[in-house]
Design a protein around this ligand. Structure first.
Ligand SMILES: CC(C)(COP(=O)(O)OP(=O)(O)OC[C@H]1O[C@@H](n2cnc3c(N)ncnc32)[C@H](O)[C@@H]1OP(=O)(O)O)[C@@H](O)C(=O)NCCC(=O)NCCS
Length: 243
């Protein structure tokens, strides 16, 4: 890393620490180990929506190294379509993150943050958002493999769906999942996704073909079975609405 970059990083860290000491503006923070000079630094990140164990916030540039590790972990990417077939350089991951950080109404990326430290443990995203037909695709992964199967994926999905249905006013959210991903299918069914179809023999892995399963959930189904955090946060908008 060049001296200039190191100086820029240090000034960023300094600003963040000053903010923290003065307790200004940003509502939540958490500590992550930074690769900069091996010093543990505090990264500020606003929280968009917060549940019992999980919160969602925007991705930040400091997520880069973590995402790079996760995207090169075959145990994680075996479930993530074509990402399994690729090897990501740090530069390729940086370009992906820069694009993800740009405001884009059709694709929204969230960092999944585990309370109480708000540690970044994975991503959930709303993609291909079609505002005319009011549908979107959801995708999720938890990079911290030791945390799989503990309910965090379900909670992160419910928070992302609350944003999709009650902020963006999307009508239906769908997803694609490999038929061998039993943990994910169980998680999606728990949240309320229903079987919507399958693409037969759609991918080739491990010397055989596998189907891709399509699942979806409507706004009405979601709001019938889940208490909306958005609705309780934004009472002035929702006080006169029935659904
Ligand atoms: C898919 C994923 C986001 C789900 O999140 P999660 O926190 O693990 O899911 P949850 O714990 O909420 O739900 C998983 C359910 O499957 C069960 N489960 C765990 N391991 C399982 C396995 N090997 N086979 C079948 N079910 C399993 C869990 O017990 C849980 O059910 P329960 O609540 O009735 O006990 C997460 O596992 C993950 O990121 N996996 C790798 C990437 C991935 O598959 N992404 C999705 C691509 S479509």
């Amino acid at each position: 890393m060049s001296l200039l970059l190191i100086l820029l990083e240090i000034s960023d860290i300094f600003l963040v620490l000053v903010c923290k000491i003065l307790n200004t503006g940003l509502s939540k923070s958490y500590a992550i180990p930074s690769l900069v000079l091996g010093i543990e630094v505090v990264i500020m990140r606003p929280i968009v929506i917060e549940g019992q164990s999980i919160a969602l916030g925007p991705l930040v540039k400091e997520d880069l190294e973590r995402l790079w590790y996760w995207m090169n972990d075959k145990e994680v990417t075996q479930y993530l379509g074509p990402l399994f077939l690729r090897v990501f350089s740090l530069e390729a991951e940086r370009k992906w993150l820069e694009k993800a950080l740009e405001a884009d109404d059709r694709n929204i990326f969230f960092a999944i943050l585990l309370k109480p430290d708000y540690e970044h443990i994975g991503n959930v995203g709303l993609h291909k958002i079609d505002y005319l037909n009011r549908n979107a695709e959801v995708a999720i992964f938890i990079g911290r493999k030791d945390l799989w199967g503990q309910g965090y994926g379900s909670e992160a999905l419910i928070l992302a769906l609350d944003i999709a249905f009650n902020v963006l006013e999307i009508n239906t959210v769908y997803l694609r999942v490999m038929e061998y991903n039993e943990r994910a299918i169980k998680c999606y069914s728990k949240v309320g996704f229903k079987f919507a179809g399958r693409l037969r023999q759609h991918i080739y892995r491990g010397g055989r073909y596998w189907d891709i399963i399509l699942m979806d959930i409507t706004r009405e189904e979601f709001n019938k079975t889940h208490r909306s955090i958005i609705k309780s946060m934004c009472k002035d908008i929702f006080q006169n609405k029935k659904t």
